[in-house]
Design a protein around this ligand. Structure first.
Ligand code: SF4
Length: 514
């Protein structure tokens, strides 16, 4: 896989790719974020859906990844055993996290690595800044890391006058466009090639009308490579941190982590404390699952192991908590710490595929975001748990068997108990509770609604008060008889009687439905 890989993921470059549009459809922007105010996913999702080229490309590209993941899964007979094993290794490690962190630290220090501990995002940023200050460093290249996104690292560094250059192509596109990643594996996957051409034209001075992937990748490479070669510090994340030998493993498709770690004389790795696994032997289990679940490829192009500094160089590990130990103590949500950030749950989620990652207004989007984000800010992300159909597909594909959809439902209960839903929504739920708990009231309500749907013209049905009637979706026509009516009429299917012709049962004709 080449540097062009991310551009191909930014838009399906396959035969079904969308032709360059005349006129160009503007790229929909993400959710509007105002401090701690609850993020309105619905509003941002509606804007994404209103951009049909973007919505179609995003939906089909991610579904394609899901199908490739399925094909890989079917090629491995012991897939379910692997998932079960990975889940158990993670549970065991998290149950003994303190011991494994100590073992990892001792082994890393014995390898000549400096190990630091950050309680939160602010401490993480300050530690990295102070390591750089000690070395008089002014520029930093980094490979993609969701943890540094979580810490607001780039913004912090901009504030202290240090230049940060992303080395992952998708992440670099997002950096140049002043947007966060929209997906944890393919950060610019919501963009069309024509969007990338506009971003590069604006920031790198390239031809705005040339959206050919080789041209774009090459231009970017030529402009960024000199910055990479001159950088004072290289930063990576870590997919796995191995307690047994104090090494970290970083998986990329562009080899950019190797650039970050090996070109500058100083390598800093930011590591979430949940990334620990006990043994080198466990690594194979996760490596087999990770890329297959993420992109439907058997393995990432580069699985790089970093164990100690090169001669004459320095290596630092910054171990970050940032709310993880608190989450570990939570009976309901602790298992979200098993996540290996593969993105399979995002690729399969119908809401994510059609609304785009930036509509969540949070570092983590899609199903995993719905259970992680509220642990970081309960008020700001109080509406996110509702951005799910609860169809369970996320749980089915998760390689470490996190019960994602059940946790989303649990978050809804938490939000409801804290009176987070709107007053009107709570009143509707209360009324629904009364009707659903009384069979007579339920049947009367269904019959009444069906009758109303049959006689009212469509424009009178698709009104704002009707939660079904959202843009692009019409309320379906009501059946001429409910199940209960059918059961009564046919004695449960034992009597073969015809349904009276339209009008004889008082339901009106097809034409009546407007
Ligand atoms: S929750 Fe599971 S499926 Fe989703 S990103 Fe994490 S490991 Fe992958």
């Amino acid at each position: 896989m080449s540097l062009n890989h991310h551009l191909r993921h930014a838009e399906a470059a396959s035969p079904e790719a969308i032709p360059d549009q005349q006129p160009r459809e503007p790229q929909p922007r993400g959710a509007k974020v105002h401090g701690n105010h609850p993020v309105d996913h619905d509003e941002a999702a509606a804007r994404f859906i209103a951009a049909p080229h973007h919505e179609h490309m995003h939906d089909s590209r991610l579904w394609d990844l899901r199908q490739q993941r399925d094909a890989q899964m079917h090629g491995i007979e012991e897939w379910e055993e692997l998932r079960e094993h990975a889940s158990r290794v993670k549970s065991h490690t998290l149950a003994n996290l303190g011991d494994y962190l100590e073992q990892f630290t001792a082994a890393a220090q014995a390898n000549g690595v400096h190990v630091h501990w950050a309680r939160d995002a602010a401490e993480h940023n300050q530690i990295v800044h102070s390591i750089m200050s000690d070395h008089g460093a002014r520029s930093l290249i980094k490979s993609k890391s969701m943890l540094t996104e979580e810490c607001g690292f780039r913004e912090y560094m901009a504030g202290v006058g240090i230049e940060v250059i992303e080395t992952d192509l998708g992440e670099r596109i997002q950096q140049l466009d002043d947007e966060p990643p929209s997906h944890i594996v393919v950060p610019a996957t919501h963009k069309l090639r024509t969007d990338v051409a506009q971003v590069f034209a604006r920031t790198l001075g390239t031809d705005p009308n040339n959206s050919e992937v080789h041209y774009l990748a090459e231009q970017q490479r030529e402009k960024t490579r000199p910055l990479i070669l001159q950088a004072d510090v290289g930063m990576t994340g870590a997919n796995f941190a191995i307690a047994e030998n104090g090494a970290i493993a970083v998986c990329t498709n562009e080899g950019n982590a190797d650039l970050s770690a090996n070109v500058p004389p100083l390598h800093i790795a930011s590591i979430g404390i949940e990334k620990i696994i006990p043994r080198v032997a466990d690594l194979g289990v996760f490596i087999r699952l990770l890329s297959r679940s993420a992109l439907g490829s058997p393995i990432t192009q580069y699985t790089s192991h970093f164990r100690g500094p090169r001669p004459g160089a320095e290596m630092h590990f910054v171990m970050v908590d940032n709310g993880r130990s608190e989450r570990l103590g939570d009976e309901t949500f602790w298992s979200s710490l098993k996540c290996i950030r593969c993105s399979a749950c995002m690729n399969t989620c119908p809401v994510f595929r059609r609304s785009g990652g930036l509509s969540y207004g949070a570092t983590y989007s899609g199903p995993i975001g719905l259970i992680l984000d509220p642990t970081m800010n309960r008020r700001k992300y109080s509406k996110l748990p509702y951005a799910s159909t609860l169809n369970g597909s996320c749980t089915n594909v998760c390689p470490v068997k996190i019960n994602i959809h059940e946790q989303i439902f649990e978050w809804r209960k938490v939000m409801a108990s804290e009176h987070q839903p709107a007053v009107a929504e709570r009143a509707m739920m209360k009324a629904a509770g009364v009707v659903l708990s009384n069979p007579r009231a339920y049947r009367a309500a269904v019959a009444g609604a069906d009758r109303a749907l049959r006689v009212l013209p469509q424009f009178a049905v698709d009104i704002p008060l009707n939660p079904w009637a959202t843009p692009g979706r019409e309320t379906p026509q009501a059946p001429r008889e409910t199940f209960h009516e059918w059961y009564r009429r046919t004695d449960g299917g034992r009597i073969d009687t015809e349904l009276p012709a339209s009008g004889e049962d008082g339901s009106g004709t097809e034409e009546d439905q407007g």
